[in-house]
Design a protein around this ligand. Structure first.
Ligand code: MG
Length: 388
């Protein structure tokens, strides 16, 4: 088996929404294909994946550095022992040849999109959904094939913020979601408290509502928000301070008794080790949101899980950032705590496909081979362009 071709197309995110720091209307995502010489039903078996939501496409890095390294490798050097599948760890090592450690930046997402396409490919070669391939490769015996899911949204829109937020969460409730996440930090504290109170009218209880500040606060601002939010008994408080300032995270936690969530902007096992050593995270309540699509793919994510295991943090505490099909397969395959969903936003990548079974605040992937991206109608045009 050989790689015949590696491709990338840059796909803009649809929508014009903002959190405390970022407007997503300029954001793009890299959709990547690995085309093999294996032919089934008259077509080459092709792995497809993308880096995650919330950063930018990586076409330049892929075409200039990572594609040429894989295409120059001896084909058999990238295969597993059976010779019938690719070994994603070997793909990762080959892509990272001649790269210094640390300072991950955009290359972490570029390598992730590429490495994840090989997981999709392996699952298609075995004609099974990717979560089964992922479980087997990681020695995981699944207890169930669905995971907890919550609806993330609550961005800042023009108009009456409380009424808009209430309407938005009511729509999610009508779709069957019973837990929600909203943004904070894009308004002043009093306005955000009013928004949280409005959201609680729909959520019903703090345990069904999380808030996300996207790393916007100074230590002092975070302390003021901690004091104001603590009485609500929220599901979690996400990214109060800069995600790489672990001491700020520790100080925030000292003033906040409820659950805290972070990790979506950590891109390596070494970053996570530092969070566990210095960030004050508590094994009995806090949530970790590292995202394989932003952090070199599943090979590095496996190393991150090993760090978590070694420090005594259970996999149920992991809720990967992203809210898309790839992370749903990863969450089910590795039996993580759950995943997020962005109903109606971050298209064409956000959300799941109609065949994914949702209900009772849980969601299950479909039985389509691989990540099933071809079954998501919103992705059809971009995949068609990728494979044209
Ligand atoms: Mg977040």
């Amino acid at each position: 088996m050989i790689i015949k071709e590696l491709r990338e197309v840059t796909v803009p995110l649809r929508g014009n929404i903002s959190n405390a720091l970022v407007n997503f209307s300029e954001h793009t995502v890299s959709l990547v294909a690995v085309v093999t010489d294996v032919v089934r039903n008259g077509r080459p078996v092709t792995g497809i994946a993308f880096d995650s939501i919330g950063r930018y496409a990586q076409g330049g890095l892929l075409r200039e550095r990572f594609f040429p390294r894989l295409l120059a490798a001896r084909p058999e050097s990238l295969l597993d022992e059976s010779g019938r599948r690719f070994d994603p760890a070997k793909v990762h090592a080959c892509a990272m040849r001649n790269e210094k450690p640390g300072g991950h930046g955009d290359r972490a997402a570029a390598v992730a999109a590429l490495e994840l396409a090989f997981w999709d490919l392996n699952a298609k070669l075995d004609d099974e959904p990717a979560f089964q391939t992922i479980s087997r490769a990681h020695g995981v015996s699944r207890v169930r094939d669905d995971v907890d899911v919550y609806a993330a949204g609550g961005y800042y829109y023009p108009g009456d913020p409380c009424a808009i937020l209430r309407d938005e969460l009511l729509r999610y409730r009508d779709m069957g979601f019973s837990a929600f996440k909203m943004k904070i930090g894009g308004a002043d504290l009093a306005a955000d408290v009013a928004r949280v109170e409005a959201a609680l009218e729909v959520a019903g209880d703090g345990s069904r509502l999380a808030v996300d500040a996207n790393g916007r606060f100074s230590v002092d601002e975070a302390a003021a928000y901690a004091k104001a939010m603590a009485p609500f008994g929220l599901r979690w408080f996400e990214e109060a301070c800069d995600p790489l300032d672990f001491d700020a995270n520790r100080r925030f936690i000292e003033g906040y008794p409820g659950a805290v969530a972070t990790g979506e902007n950590l891109f390596s096992a070494a970053d996570v080790r530092n969070l566990l050593r210095f960030g004050g995270m508590r094994a009995d309540r806090d949530i970790f949101q590292m995202d394989a699509g932003l952090s070199y793919g599943l090979t590095e994510y496996g190393r991150i899980l090993a760090e978590m295991d070694a420090h005594g943090y259970r996999r149920a505490r992991l809720y990967p950032h992203g809210g898309h099909l790839i992370n749903l397969h990863i969450a089910v395959g590795l039996q993580l705590g759950g995943c997020e969903a962005y109903p109606g936003v971050f298209q064409p990548f956000g959300g799941y496909c109609d065949e994914c079974v949702a209900g009772d605040g849980r969601i299950a992937p479909s039985s389509a081979p691989g990540f099933g991206l071809e079954r998501k109608p919103e992705l059809r045009e971009a995949i068609g362009r990728l494979l044209a």
